[in-house]
Design a protein around this ligand. Structure first.
Ligand code: ATP
Ligand code: MG
Length: 321
């Protein structure tokens, strides 16, 4: 069974990415053959800054390695090192209807948030389909926002297989953990790198404090009892606390005398404790860029071997001889 996962270096990796996808991806190394890549081509849809893209690509690599990505067991690379994906993207574009892409929620959300409505952003799901289909992936662990893209991949693959009367492309299945399908950001909307509403996984204490303190709440005063159900602080706390800790927090919401600032500081401490065990390894990779580059190149070689065989098969089928 092949599992495929990608993350865009479009900003710093946040706790929404972590619980929605990264955590499951790392764990899945024991369930099957993991293919994981840093989606640098995809990030070009939102990033137009060389230094920013380079920095975040590197950060994504060291974060994955720190969290337990095993480059021997899995195949771990950066997207632009395996160019076959672009050829497949073009071939698949001819099996993708405009109507299908026009229905994409992610495109609508991003353009509504001010991202330029470029052709790249519009055709993002076709490149994602190419990523998935190039490796005959069976399972794609994602957050809720990406389910539709995996469904589009199935549609595109079905249309391709139908056109050439052969089951050449493998239909993937999205795997979503319902409990963390959408982690909400500091403003209560989906946490996204490009929305400026994130709490980052690894960052300076100062920056993390700033992010946690910016969580939006209602305006209840210290001496009023508060509701936890729809509170952004509580919802994020759920990811980091066990049941007893949550019960305790609920009591604090009901007892007048404490304000949201206190709940935020409790959460901040929990987040810091949670990611602390990975920091040493992260620092090791941060200090060894050459080693990181070697690991990614090793992964790209493994990925290219599979990709070049698959693209050859596809070329033959479509008549690109
Ligand atoms: P961007 O804003 O640039 O699209 P992003 O934060 O949405 O960035 P992606 O790289 O697009 O991150 O997505 C990486 C993975 O993280 C995907 O599987 C996606 O479903 C998941 N993910 C992203 N945001 C969340 C979230 N808020 N909750 C749960 N999962 C998420
Ligand atoms: Mg996204």
């Amino acid at each position: 069974m092949r599992i495929l996962s990608g993350i865009q270096p479009s900003g710093t990796i946040h706790i929404g990415n972590y619980f929605g996808m990264v955590k499951k991806m790392i764990e899945s190394q024991n369930d099957g053959e993991l293919f994981a890549f840093i989606a640098s081509y995809h990030a070009l849809t939102s990033v137009k800054d060389k230094e920013f893209l380079e920095k975040n690509s590197y950060e994504a690599a060291i974060n994955f390695l720190a969290l337990g990505m095993d480059p021997e067991k899995s195949t771990f690379w950066i997207q632009h090192d395996v160019k076959e994906v672009l050829e497949l993207y073009w071939i698949l574009s001819n099996h993708t209807s405009m109507g299908l892409l026009e229905r994409a929620h992610s495109y609508k959300d991003k353009t509504a948030r001010g991202l330029v409505a470029s052709h790249g952003l519009f055709s993002y799901p076709v490149l994602m389909a190419a990523d998935i289909l190039l490796f005959d992936s069976n399972i794609v662990p994602v957050g809720k926002d990406q389910i539709q893209h995996v469904e589009m991949t199935r549609d595109i693959a079905t249309s391709f297989n139908h056109a050439y009367k052969k089951e050449i492309l493998t239909l993937p299945v999205a795997k979503v953990d319902e409990e963390v399908a959408t982690v909400l950001g500091t403003d209560g909307a989906k946490m996204s790198k490009s929305y400026n509403n994130t709490i980052d996984m690894f960052t300076t204490s100062k920056q993390r404090k700033k992010q946690v303190m910016s969580i939006v709440t209602d305006s209840k005063e210290l001496d009023e009892p508060k509701e936890w159900e729809n509170c952004n602080i509580y919802n994020i706390s759920k990811l980091f606390m066990n049941e007893d800790e949550l019960k305790d927090l609920q009591k604090r919401y009901l007892t007048p005398g404490e304000g949201y600032g206190h709940f935020k500081l409790t959460l901040l401490e929990k987040i810091e404790q949670y990611f602390k065990p990975y920091e040493e390894k992260r620092e090791y990779f941060a200090a060894n860029p050459k080693k990181v580059r070697e690991i990614l190149e090793f992964g790209a070689q493994k990925a290219r071997k599979i990709a070049s065989e698959k693209i050859k098969e596809i070329r033959d089928i479509v008549g690109l001889i």
